[in-house]
Design a protein around this ligand. Structure first.
Ligand SMILES: Nc1ncnc2c1ncn2[C@@H]1O[C@H](COP(=O)(O)OP(=O)(O)OP(=O)(O)O)[C@@H](O)[C@H]1O
Ligand SMILES: O=P(O)(O)OC[C@H]1O[C@](O)(CO)[C@@H](O)[C@@H]1O
Ligand SMILES: [Mg+2]
Length: 342
């Protein structure tokens, strides 16, 4: 079989490991051939392909980013978009099936294309860990490691100066990165999109910590809402696809804490450092297994399916299951963490 692979949406540590896992398994076990589709759906729409043989994936599992490039192009838009044009492109290249590696938007597009007859298998990708139908997505563990290291470092300088540190992590709609890194780093409060809080409650936690002689450490997701806010803080305009560019809620909260408590407060926004660089060993293994499982799904001709992690096993589920709703932080996981706040 000739298989095209694309990576779409925001990048994520482990994308290259998926590509390598798929290519090596396909070549070794089934004698498959591979074609790289450049820059997500854009490459499919514009006909931008690259060679992808076993030599081109050598040593890839530890490499950050994606050798294929990514974009947020909608495959249904533009002069050359839509399933009919895409099928023509695939036929011209002799491509039988596509592995689409991406988040909920990419998978929603994959589902629509599958419904129109294109043969696609999805691989879930997101550092935010917000995709339903998979217990964890690769990239999340790496992001949590990076955020935890940052919290550890910010804590020592906070203690030296008796300051409050507000550390902003990614998490557009859900607070998984904040929850895990905050717990790992012993944060005194974890502020997530699922659980709006008042500034008074946050300051109460901060003062408890100060009164014990410690420097308060607060972890906040970029998508967190202070009570009364209607949408996530954004002051950087819209991205090319009209989504608000998030980031900066930490810088909003830190001065409020300083003003109300008198504790000198500083904010650090970790931003894209959480998406860059080498994936953790855990993510390399997960991504490699998902890439290999995508080949199984293609062999079984399970179009519109997605590979996923359930417990310790890789399973094949439907893309619809994954795009049906976000995997938010459940109340009990938040309550468990909140026992240690303040
Ligand atoms: N329902 C849809 N139908 C067709 N195209 C879609 C649909 N939803 C999203 N897309 C396209 O897929 C692109 C990728 O989605 P998106 O930008 O949300 O990235 P993603 O794959 O969800 O990754 P990330 O985790 O970075 O958001 C979008 O920019 C959009 O062009
Ligand atoms: O800056 P970019 O690449 O447009 O995307 C940022 C978004 O992507 C994510 O990293 C993953 O969805 C979000 O946490 C963040 O809001
Ligand atoms: Mg998305």
């Amino acid at each position: 079989m000739k298989i095209g692979i694309l990576t779409s949406g925001g990048d994520c540590p482990g994308l290259n490991a998926v590509i390598r896992g798929a290519v090596l398994k396909g070549v070794r076990i089934h004698d498959d051939e591979f074609v790289g589709i450049r820059n997500g759906w854009r490459g499919l729409v514009d006909g931008d392909f690259m060679a992808l043989d076993r030599h081109s994936v050598r040593g890839l599992s530890k490499q950050g980013g994606t050798i294929l490039g990514s974009s947020r192009t909608n495959p249904f838009e533009g002069e050359h978009g839509g399933p009919e044009n895409i099928q023509k492109r695939l036929d011209a290249q002799g491509i039988d099936a596509i592995i689409a590696i991406g988040g909920e938007g990419t998978l929603a597009a994959a589902q629509r294309l599958t419904d129109a007859g294109i043969k696609i298998v999805g691989v879930p990708k997101t550092i935010d860990n917000d995709l339903a139908a998979t217990d964890y997505s690769f990239g999340f563990d790496t992001a949590v490691e990076i955020a935890t290291e940052a919290i550890d470092r910010l804590r020592t300088t906070a203690e030296s100066h008796g300051r409050c540190m507000v550390i902003e992590v990614m998490g557009r709609h859900v607070g998984w990165i904040a929850l895990h890194s905050g717990m790992a780093g012993g944060a005194h409060a974890i502020l997530i999109p699922e659980q709006p809080q008042t500034i008074e409650q946050i300051c109460e936690w901060v003062e408890h910590v100060r009164d014990r002689g410690r420097a308060p450490v607060i972890v906040v997701s970029e998508g967190f809402l202070l009570a009364g806010m209607e949408e996530a803080h954004s002051h950087k305009g819209l991205d090319a696809f009209n989504r608000p560019r998030l980031g900066g809620i930490g810088e909003l909260i830190a001065p409020m804490i300083e003003e109300r408590t008198g504790i000198e407060s500083r904010a650090t926004v970790l931003g894209h450092t959480q998406r860059g660089g080498a994936p953790s060993a855990y993510d390399r293994v997960l991504a490699t297994r998902l890439g290999m499982a995508a080949i199984d799904a293609i062999q079984a001709e399970q179009w519109g399916s997605m590979v996923s992690l359930k417990g310790t096993e890789i399973e094949i589920v439907s893309i619809k299951e994954a795009t049906g709703g976000l995997k938010t932080v459940p109340q009990d996981r938040y309550d468990e963490a909140a026992v240690l706040f303040g």
